[in-house]
Each structure stands twice: as structure tokens, then as C-alpha cells.
Design a protein around this ligand. Structure first.
Ligand code: R5P
Length: 305
């Protein structure tokens, strides 16, 4: 096995390599002054199974191109199979035409991945599981919610349906929240509370929490989501939970795809702790006290070992 890291999250790549007990393979990634990228493999990969680790988060397009070029270089050097490990799958939210006239970017990205010659794609908590059906090559959606649930259980101490309410911050996330609840409570006999979110499709990242269905009174509310960008979804949902009598609000979110103001907004929000993972590089300026980052390295390593 050969494990290559793109430039998007070398720290996670190193952790995955450490978990597997292998050394990261060498490649040169050059970014020219005109913004073009060149990948040059510095190892023999002939007849090897090769994995490329690259979350396609901000700057999404650059990271995607790197991933495509890695695959091209590996195929040209006669790698046996090339696997993409995309811990965060950028463009996943653009999976349908939300308005007439829009592109369906997730579909385009998938067609690129397939035609460039990847044998299999691994992702972590894809935005919508239905997107899996668009792939016509082997695909694995790794679920990182169990490791978030474990960490939150340790933080809260005593977890029961009398003291904890699992909340989806929008209708689209109900199934996701239910699965998280199954992990958290250790059984499926629990209900989910749901926030009615209204998104303004004309303005990116603007949403409102209109109402909350379910009982959060006197409980710790745990908001479950796949990603944070502006933070608006979680911050508004947290305020509503507290208005309806929740004693505190925690969040369990897989990807911190932070917009520029999200860290400071989340730090000064009503949320007590933001539990998330390291699928995306956390820059120094994005760190804040309420953030708890849990590594997915072991999870990925177990999957590909
Ligand atoms: C939406 O469908 C997603 O699951 C997230 O709720 C959303 O992308 C979060 O974005 P923001 O933090 O900008 O509200």
C-alpha cells in the first residue's frame, strides 16, 4: 500500500499513516505563480494500491484539481488501483437543482472522479446519503458520529432520554440525528426534536430557525449536523432550544468548514461546546475555546487496513 497526502490536510494524513504504521509516500506538489498546480510522484508505484488523502474543503477547486492530478500521475505510473480518501467532500450540498438554472456541482465532481480513473472513493459523512447512488464506482461513506457520541458521553457523564434531547437543526438532518441518537443512547427507542429552518436561497449562508418540534425542556440539547460553515444554522437553533427550556446546548458536527466569521460567532454564542472532527485542517486563527476536535484518523485507518 502507498499512502499519498495532498496539501489540504497533511496533519490528518500523517495521523492516518501513523495509525496504519506506514510512512507517507513522497510527492512534490508545485503551485506556480499563475496558480496552476503540478504533481510529481517521487516513488515507484507500479502495481501498488495507492491511496490519496485529500479533503476538498476551502479552497475547494484547488484541492479538487490536486486530487485529480494525483490520480492521473498514479495511473500513468501504472499503480494497480487508485483510491481517493476525501474526508470532507466539497460541493456535496449542491446535489440537486435547488433553483431552476443552477448547476448540480456534486454530480460534476463525481463524474470527474470516475473518469479520471479512481477505483474507489471513501468519504466521511457525505451531506446526503442519496448522493452515494450517483457513484458508479465503489464508494464508502464512513460514519464518524460514533466517535463524536463517545466523546460527548464522556463530557456529559450521565446520558439518558430524560436528561438529553437530540435535536436536528433542520428537517433534512432528521435521519442523521436519529442515527447519532442511536449511538448516544445505545438504543433506538428515543425521539428526535427538529428545528424548522428557513434558508434564504437568494443569499448564501443566511437562515432562520422558525420553530422547534419536540421536548427539550430541562434537558441538555445536542444539535447534530454534518457541517458548519457560517455557524448560523447552529447558533439560531441553539437560541431556540434555550428559549424552549433546554438547560444547555452542545453540538455534534462532523466537518468544520468554517467561513471567516464562524469561529468568533460560535465562541460568543449560547452553545456550550462545539464537538467536531479533524476532517478539515483547523487553521490557528480558527481555534476557539469552545471547540473540541476529535481525530478521525483511526476510523479511516481501520477502514483501509
Ligand atoms: C445544510 O443542509 C447543512 O446540513 C448545514 O446545516 C449547513 O450547511 C450549515 O451551514 P451554516 O453553518 O452556514 O448555517
Amino acid at each position: 500500500m502507498k499512502l499519498f497526502s495532498g496539501s489540504a490536510n497533511p496533519v490528518l494524513s500523517q495521523k492516518i499513516a501513523d495509525s496504519l504504521g506506514v510512512t507517507l509516500s513522497k510527492a512534490e506538489i508545485v503551485r506556480f505563480e499563475n496558480s496552476e498546480i503540478r504533481i510529481h510522484l517521487e516513488e515507484n508505484v507500479k502495481n501498488e494500491d495507492c491511496y490519496v488523502i485529500q479533503p476538498t474543503a476551502n479552497p475547494s477547486d484547488t484541492h479538487l484539481m490536486e486530487l485529480f492530478f494525483f490520480c492521473d500521475a498514479l495511473r500513468r505510473q501504472e499503480a494497480k488501483k487508485v483510491f481517493a480518501i476525501i474526508p470532507y467532500f466539497g460541493y456535496a450540498r449542491q446535489d440537486v437543482q435547488h433553483r431552476p438554472g443552477e448547476c448540480v456541482s456534486a454530480n460534476v465532481v463525481i463524474r470527474f472522479l470516475e473518469s479520471i480513473g479512481f477505483y474507489k472513493v471513501y468519504v466521511i459523512n457525505l451531506h446526503d446519503e442519496a448522493t452515494e447512488g450517483v457513484f458508479s464506482i465503489p464508494f464508502k461513506n464512513i460514519n464518524a458520529f460514533p466517535i463524536l457520541a463517545e466523546e460527548i458521553k464522556k463530557y456529559i457523564g450521565n446520558v439518558s432520554t430524560d436528561t438529553v434531547a437530540v435535536v436536528s437543526p433542520d428537517h433534512g438532518g432528521v435521519e442523521r440525528a436519529r442515527k447519532f441518537g442511536d449511538e448516544l443512547f445505545g438504543h433506538t427507542e428515543h425521539t428526535i426534536s427538529v428545528v424548522e429552518k428557513r434558508r434564504d436561497l437568494q443569499h448564501i449562508h443566511i437562515s432562520k430557525a422558525l420553530d422547534l418540534y419536540g421536548d427539550v425542556k430541562g434537558k441538555t440539547a445536542i444539535l447534530v449536523d454534518d457541517m458548519i460553515t457560517s455557524g448560523g444554522t447552529l447558533i439560531h437553533a441553539a437560541e431556540l432550544c434555550l428559549e424552549r427550556g433546554a438547560t444547555k446546548v452542545l453540538t455534534a458536527v462532523i466537518h468544520h468548514d468554517f467561513g471567516p466569521e464562524a469561529p468568533s460567532k460560535l465562541q460568543s454564542s449560547a452553545i456550550e461546546k462545539v464537538f467536531t472532527t479533524n476532517t478539515i485542517t483547523l487553521k490557528d486563527e480558527q481555534k476557539f475555546d469552545k471547540l473540541v476536535e476529535i481525530s478521525v484518523a483511526e476510523l479511516v485507518a481501520r477502514e483501509i487496513a
